[in-house]
Design a protein around this ligand. Structure first.
Ligand SMILES: [Zn+2]
Length: 180
């Protein structure tokens, strides 16, 4: 059942295309205007858009892991069977499931602490510990800019709030920025 659920999620995600916000972030990185992306998304759309420095704190739905022997694989390199090629135990998608610890948190904290500006895009700011990351940056001196369709718990503490869909606002803002 678990594998059926993940296979159906993957079928949906496979068809998903990066939106203009994903693409803008990728071109920002390309132009050295962006150092890192820290994301809770497991859909790999940032990678599809061309971003390289991505910290996926909830893992990635295309990665596989064996809890018995530690084997790691990519789904597309396998025949799709849920059995470990090394020890023949059942393997799992290498994503963070409810109640499990997030990945690469130390690295994410280091990144936000060294940031001058942090864009917080399209998150509810309710899922911990990810919701703490903007604050880690703020106490280290970063400006916080939130882009969201509505105000969140974080909004009262940001330096600037931009209301709207990131796919619409971010490309416009970056175009203006480039002309400054
Ligand atoms: Zn194994």
């Amino acid at each position: 059942m678990f594998w059926q659920f993940f296979n159906s999620r993957r079928d949906i995600i496979k068809e998903a295309k990066p939106n203009p916000a994903h693409k803008t972030l990728a071109s920002m990185e390309e132009s050295n205007d962006l150092s890192f992306i820290v994301t809770q998304n497991i859909d790999e759309l940032h990678r599809k858009a061309g971003s390289k420095n991505i910290i996926e704190i909830h893992g990635n739905i295309w990665d596989l892991r064996c809890e018995s022997c530690g084997m790691k694989d990519r789904l597309e390199k396998t025949d799709g069977s849920p059995v470990c090629s090394v020890c023949e135990e059942i393997i799992r998608p290498d994503v963070v499931l409810f109640g499990e610890a997030v990945r690469r948190l130390d690295e994410a904290i280091r990144v936000v602490k060294s940031a001058d500006n942090i864009l917080v895009i399209g998150t509810s700011s309710l899922v911990y510990p990810a919701a703490l990351l903007p604050y880690e940056g703020k106490v280290s001196g970063a400006n916080l800019i939130e882009i969201n369709v509505e105000r969140t718990e974080l909004s009262k503490d940001v330096d600037y709030f931009i209301e709207g869909k990131a796919g619409e606002t971010l490309p416009k803002i970056y175009n203006i920025m480039k002309k400054l």
